[in-house]
Design a protein around this ligand. Structure first.
Ligand code: UT7
Length: 325
C-alpha cells in the first residue's frame, strides 16, 4: 500500500457576488439575521449559462497546473456533486472530455456536502493499491440552480463554486486516516424530492416546487454539531492523534455556529479553524476543497502540518480525514 496525498490544488469561484443586502430586496430577511444566525455575508453565483462542469473544469486545470501533471496523464476523475450538469452522462465524463483526459476512468459521487471527503477516500483506495497512478478529485456545485429563491429558510445559505485536488503517491506525509458514516433514516431532513424516479418532472411537481431544496434546518443543526465532532474525533483517534496535534481544521462550511459548537465539543482551539463561509456561504461538496485550497495558498497550511477535513450533509452522510501536509 502506497502513501497517498494531495499534490495539487485548484479552485474556481464565479464572478457574481450576491450580498445579504441584495437578498433583503427579494425575500423577508435581513443582513443582521443572516450574519448572526449563519456567519454568511455574501455568496458567489454562477452565470446563467455556466454549469457545474464549467466551474469544475477551471478548478481542475488549476489543480493539474499546481501538480505539474499533464491532462493526458490523469487516470481517474471523480466528481462530487449534488448539482450535476444533467442526470447522465456523469459530470466527471463531461469534465474528462473538455480536459482531453482520454485515459481517465470517470464517475460522480453523490454524498452531498460530504461529497469531497467521500471522493477523496475513494481515490485514496485506488491510488494506494496502485490501480491508478493518480486521481483528479473534484467538488463542484451550482446550488443556485436548485435553491428556491422565494424560500428565505434556504436561499440565504447557499453559493456556487468548484475545487479540485490531484491525488497521487507521496514520499512523506499524506492521508493518515479516514472515517466515513451515514444514516439514511435522516434523509427527510434535507432533500430535493423532484426530478428523480420517485417524482419525475411533471407540471404538478413544478407547481409544488419539488425541484428545489427542502430543509429542516433546526434538526440538522443539532445533528451536525454532534456528528461532526464525533467524526473528527474518530479520525484523529485512528491516526493516533488528538486535537492538540491539529494545525488546521477545515470543517464543512454550513453555518458558523455549527462550526464553533462542534469545535467546542471537540475541545479544539478555534484559532486552528479555517473558514470562508462569510465570503461564499455553503457550497456543499465544493466548500471543504475550496477552503483547503485557500488555506494552502495563503500559507495557513505548511509542510508537515496536520490538517483535518470534517464534513456532514444530506443523506445523512458524514466523514473526516486526517492529512499530514
Ligand atoms: O450543509 C449541510 C447541512 N445543512 C446544515 O447543517 C444546516 C443546518 N441548519 C442551520 O444552519 C440553521 O438551522 C439555519 C441557519 C438554517 C436556521 O437557523 P436557526 O437558528 O436554526 O433558525 P430557525 O430555523 O429555528 O428559525 C428561527 C426563525 C423562524 O421564525 P419563527 O418561526 O421563530 O418566527 C424562521 O422563520 O427565523 C426565521 N427565519 C428567518 N428570518 C429572517 C428563517 N430564515 C430566515 C431568514 N431571515 N433568512
Amino acid at each position: 500500500m502506497k502513501a497517498v496525498g494531495i499534490i495539487g490544488l485548484g479552485k474556481y469561484l464565479p464572478k457574481r457576488i450576491l450580498t445579504n443586502q441584495d437578498l433583503e430586496k427579494t425575500v423577508d430577511t435581513s443582513d443582521e439575521w443572516i450574519v448572526t444566525r449563519t456567519g454568511i455575508r455574501q455568496r458567489r453565483l454562477a452565470a446563467t449559462k455556466e454549469a457545474t462542469s464549467d466551474m469544475a473544469i477551471r478548478a481542475a486545470i488549476g489543480a493539474l497546473k499546481d501538480a505539474k501533471i499533464k491532462t493526458e496523464a490523469v487516470e481517474l476523475i471523480i466528481t462530487a456533486t449534488t448539482t450535476p450538469d444533467m442526470q447522465f452522462p456523469s459530470t466527471a465524463c463531461i469534465i474528462q472530455s473538455a480536459l482531453g483526459a482520454r485515459r481517465a476512468a470517470c464517475f460522480d459521487v453523490s454524498a452531498a456536502c460530504a461529497g469531497f471527503v467521500y471522493a477523496l477516500v475513494i481515490a485514496q483506495q485506488f491510488v494506494s493499491r496502485g490501480v491508478y497512478r493518480n486521481a483528479l478529485v473534484i467538488g463542484a456545485e451550482k446550488l443556485s440552480s436548485i435553491v428556491d429563491w422565494q424560500d428565505r429558510n434556504t436561499c440565504v445559505l447557499f453559493g456556487d463554486g468548484a475545487g479540485a485536488a490531484l491525488v497521487a503517491p507521496v514520499k512523506r506525509g499524506g492521508i493518515i486516516s479516514t472515517y466515513l458514516g451515514s444514516d439514511g433514516s435522516g434523509g427527510d431532513l434535507l432533500l430535493l424530492p423532484g426530478g428523480g424516479s420517485r417524482h419525475p418532472a411533471t407540471h404538478q411537481t413544478i407547481d409544488k416546487r419539488l425541484h428545489y431544496v427542502k430543509m429542516q434546518g433546526n434538526e440538522l443543526f443539532k445533528l451536525a454539531v454532534k456528528i461532526m465532532a464525533d467524526a473528527a474525533h474518530k479520525a484523529l483517534k485512528q491516526a493516533g492523534l488528538s486535537c492538540k496535534d491539529v494545525d488546521c481544521f477545515i470543517p464543512h462550511q454550513a453555518n458558523l455556529r455549527i462550526i464553533l459548537a462542534a469545535a467546542k465539543r471537540l475541545g479544539l482551539d478555534t484559532k486552528k479553524i479555517y473558514m470562508n463561509i462569510e465570503k461564499y456561504g455553503n457550497m456543499s461538496s465544493a466548500s471543504t476543497i475550496i477552503a483547503l485550497c485557500e488555506a494552502v495558498k495563503c500559507g495557513r497550511i505548511k509542510k508537515g502540518d496536520i490538517v483535518v477535513l470534517d464534513v456532514f450533509g444530506a443523506g445523512l452522510v458524514w466523514g473526516a480525514c486526517v492529512i499530514k501536509w
